[in-house]
Structure formats: structure tokens, C-alpha cells
Write a protein that binds this ligand. Structure first.
Ligand code: NAD
Length: 454
């Protein structure tokens, strides 16, 4: 498997892909090693993960450089990602005892009733490339903390980062056979689906997620899916400052080149703010620098996947054919590397691909709405349900609107953010189950109810 730098199209290296035989061998090792890992105390496992987090901090420059080389994001955004992963780990470490310890539900003379959180066993984590540290940490850290062994399949676009993670986990003290990495692309993922794991945790697209859910159903083991989104944002009539709203929300749409599951993908603006908002938004977008992700000051690096350029071009073409206006951008950048101009479309309607299908790139449609009612209707018009955001001076109004939207996260005066303390979950085509928060710590366990008489 060739690893290609999307910013230069140079081959970084070639790696040997796993075969069914090597995957079976790794699974056998995981199964043998897991009980001893589960038998260690939680505080022993916490100390290993604490060491892992320190190693991330110590190696951050090297890790960021490798991540940038294979996914094309600006170096500073790679550093931000490693630091973000450390912040999540910190929350998990601080809360593991609280949420994984036994819970005594009844304690009376002659009877004790206790809930115990036991590990699932050997879990399979098939992962995405856009934030490999963040989405990886959401799964393999709580899985390991709660005593599971993990088969981790990084995306084929972030394999070098996956290998770095494996190296540092082992350096931190995770026993060799408790964490294994599956190297490869779609075929490797498909092979893992034929094997016998005690749980499947997937981050990726709806199309692959649906396939995985169908496969796991027959196995009758837990399956969690963190999938894509078409996240809407509404700018209401009563916002305090239209320029700062435009600047913040533009970042929410374009950070990481729009390749975030919770990137703002559709914007609805109250008609009284529309013109001022669009002008400030376009001015902000035109102020950014696109280019080599290793150059200081670059905000938009390369797209990770070459194929996405055709998807974006098709969305622009479809929108223009249906009457949209192109205010800036609209095409790939000439030359080496997978670059796409930051693109803003107005006069859009909800029947356009750019307002319905996940773009996962530096492109946004902005639509004028008459009032809150129309905004709610438009925001709700999607098969996805990951996040939704409302900008207004009125918290009560924001919460009322958010309550009516079928999304796993609701934002008031913010967007494109994740908190380790809150469940990260999608509804409809955006996923099933939750990572992060106490739910995410317990997602890798099965409960046993102890009825203790005597
Ligand atoms: P993808 O579905 O193409 O691939 C995800 C993983 O699945 C990869 O490791 C891939 O090799 C593997 N895979 C592909 N086909 C498979 C098959 N048939 N069987 C088993 N495994 C298979 O997604 P991607 O391009 O890596 O990631 C981008 C998507 O992930 C976007 O839709 C994005 O929104 C979503 N995402 C969601 C979250 C979230 O938390 N909700 C986070 C990050 C990314």
C-alpha cells in the first residue's frame, strides 16, 4: 500500500498490508492477552494511559509532521489535534474511576445489589482519517481503560499516524498483544467484519457504516457508528455582531478544509442580516491562504483524498445549474497536490447537492430565510443528524429551536466543537450510540447485575 502526500503527490513510503492470515494471528494474540489486561486494576491501566498522554506531548512535533504529511492539514492544525486528543484523555482519566467502578444500587441487611462494568473482550475499531487522533482516542482509550483488547484499523489515509499511536501505546506500557493494528484499506476492513470480535466501533461514512451495521447484526454483539453529517447553522435576526458571527461561522465551515464530521455544511441567515453576513463571510474567506500545509500562515492545506475534488466540482456544477450564485472559489487549484479553492455559494435551495450531501470540503451554501419557522424547516430537511447550531442573543429561543431538531449535539453561539464531557452521538444517518462522556466510557463494557444475599 502506497502512502501519498496529498500536498505534493509524492510517495512517502510503501507498507505491507495485512492479510486474512496475519489478521487471524493478531486476533488470536488479542484474545489470549485480554484477560490478564482486564485483571490489572483500573488504576494500573490509568497509569499506562497517563504515560501515553505524556508521550503524545513529548513527541508532538514529530507526530504533527507525520500527520500533516499524510492528510495534508496545516501543521498547526495537526498540533491542535494532538493537544485536543490529550485534553480528551485527561477527562477520561479523571472520570474513569467514577463511571467504571461498581455501583451499589441496594445495600440493606441481608441484600446487596451491585452493577459491575465488565469489558466486552476484544473489540474492533475501524477508523477514519480526518482526525485520526481525536476519533481514535474516543474509542481505543476508553476501550483499553475498561479492560478490553483492541484491534485498531486506521484509515488507509492515516496509517502512519496509526503506527505512531501503536508505538507510543506500547512504549507507555500497553502489553504488546493487547493492542494490534490492522494495516490496509477497504478489503482489510471487510476481512475484519468476517472475524469474531466482541464489539465493533466504527467511524466513517454513512455508506460504509450501514454495511457494517448490517454485518454486525448477525453477530449479536454491540456496534457503534460515528458517521457523517450535513450540519446546519442558523443566524437569527437578533445576533449581537454580524461580522464576528460571520468570522466564527466561516471557521466552523472551513477549518480542516471542511473535512470534519461536525463542520458547518449549510448556513441559513435571517433576511435582515443576510447581505451584511454574506459580505463579511466572503471577506473572511478571501483573506485565507491556501497552500503547502507545512508553510506558516496557511489556513487551508490540501484535501486528503484526490477523489473528493470531483465530488466538490459536481456540487458546484449542480448548484449553478439550479440557479445558485458563486461568490468565490468553485474549482480545484492548478498544479501538484489536491487543493480546492474555498467556495461560497448563495441563492441556494435545499434540493441542491451542496445542501443535501455531505461535502467534506471547503465549500458552503448560504441561504436567506424569512423567520425562525422557515429556518427550522430547512435545518430539519436532511437525512443526517449530527449537530445543529443557532446564533442569536436569546438563549431561550436557541434552546427552543435546538429542541426541535433531530441532532445529537446542539450549539448556541458556537459550532464545530466537541467536548469530552458530553456524549458525541449522531442521529438518523449520522450514527448509533455515543462516544465521550460517561456514556462513552461505559460503551466498551457490558453490565452484570450482582444479587448478593447473606
Ligand atoms: P469511509 O467510510 O470511507 O472509511 C472509514 C473506514 O472504513 C476506513 O478505515 C476504511 O478503510 C474502512 N472501510 C471501507 N470500506 C469498508 C468495508 N466494506 N468494510 C469494512 N471497513 C471498510 O470513511 P472515511 O472517508 O475514512 O471518513 C470520512 C467520513 O467519516 C465522513 O463521512 C465523516 O463525516 C465521518 N466521520 C464521522 C465522525 C463522527 O464522529 N461522527 C468523525 C470523523 C469522521
Amino acid at each position: 500500500m502506497q502512502i501519498i502526500n496529498p500536498a505534493t503527490e509524492e510517495i512517502i513510503t510503501s507498507l505491507e498490508e495485512d492479510t486474512i492470515f496475519t489478521l487471524e494471528t493478531k486476533l488470536a494474540l488479542l484474545k489470549t492477552a485480554q484477560p490478564a489486561w482486564a485483571n490489572q486494576t483500573l488504576s494500573e491501566r490509568i497509569s499506562v494511559i497517563t504515560k501515553f498522554s505524556s508521550l503524545l506531548e513529548a513527541e508532538i512535533e514529530e507526530l504533527a509532521a507525520v500527520l500533516t504529511s499524510e492528510v495534508g492539514k496545516p501543521l498547526q492544525q495537526s498540533r491542535n489535534e494532538v493537544n485536543g486528543a490529550r485534553a480528551r484523555i485527561k477527562w477520561m482519566l479523571a472520570n474513569a474511576e467514577k463511571y467504571l467502578a461498581d455501583e451499589v444500587m441496594v445495600d440493606e441487611p441481608g441484600l446487596k445489589e451491585v452493577i459491575r462494568y465488565e469489558p466486552l473482550g476484544v473489540v474492533c475499531n475501524i477508523s477514519a482519517w480526518n482526525y485520526p487522533y481525536l476519533v481514535g482516542v474516543n474509542v481505543f482509550i476508553p476501550a483499553l481503560l475498561s479492560g478490553n483488547a483492541v484491534m485498531y484499523k486506521p484509515s488507509e489515509y492515516a496509517t502512519l499516524t496509526g503506527l505512531q499511536i501503536e508505538k507510543l501505546l506500547k512504549q507507555a506500557g500497553i502489553p504488546n498483544d493487547v493492542f494490534q493494528i490492522a494495516v490496509g484499506a477497504k478489503e482489510t476492513g471487510a476481512a475484519l467484519m468476517e472475524m469474531d470480535f466482541n464489539g465493533y466501533f466504527f467511524t466513517g461514512s454513512y455508506i460504509t457504516g450501514k454495511l457494517i451495521y448490517e454485518k454486525v447484526a448477525a453477530k449479536m454483539v454491540p456496534c457503534q457508528l460515528e458517521l457523517g453529517g450535513k450540519d446546519p447553522l442558523y443566524v437569527a435576526e437578533d445576533i449581537a455582531d454580524v461580522v464576528s458571527t460571520a468570522i466564527n461561522t466561516a471557521d466552523g465551515a472551513f477549518y480542516n478544509n471542511g473535512q470534519s464530521c461536525c463542520a458547518v455544511e449549510r448556513i441559513y441567515v435571517h433576511e435582515n442580516n443576510y447581505e451584511a453576513y454574506v459580505n463579511a463571510f466572503v471577506a473572511e474567506v478571501n483573506g485565507w491562504t491556501t497552500g503547502l500545509p507545512t508553510t506558516d500562515g496557511v489556513y487551508l492545506g490540501a484535501l486528503t483524498r484526490k477523489d473528493q475534488i470531483a465530488v466538490l466540482e459536481n456540487q458546484v456544477k449542480d448548484a449553478l445549474n439550479k440557479g445558485a450564485r458563486l461568490l468565490t472559489g468553485g474549482k480545484a487549484v492548478d498544479g501538484k497536490g489536491y487543493y480546492f479553492e474555498p467556495t461560497v455559494l448563495t441563492n441556494v435551495t435545499n434540493d441542491m447537492l451542496v445542501m443535501q450531501e455531505e461535502s467534506f470540503g471547503p465549500i458552503i451554501g448560504i441561504m436567506k430565510v424569512q423567520d425562525d419557522t422557515e429556518a427550522i424547516k430547512m435545518m430539519q430537511d436532511t437525512s443526517y443528524g449530527l449537530t445543529a447550531s443557532v446564533y442569536t442573543s436569546d438563549q431561550t429561543k436557541a434552546e427552543k429551536i435546538l429542541a426541535r431538531l433531530d441532532a445529537g449535539s446542539g450549539y448556541w453561539n458556537c459550532c464545530d466543537r466537541v467536548s469530552a464531557a458530553l456524549p458525541w452521538s449522531g442521529r438518523k444517518h449520522s450514527g448509533i450510540g455515543a462516544t465521550l462522556s460517561h456514556q462513552g466510557l461505559r460503551a466498551f463494557t457490558k453490565t452484570k447485575g450482582y444479587h448478593l444475599r447473606g
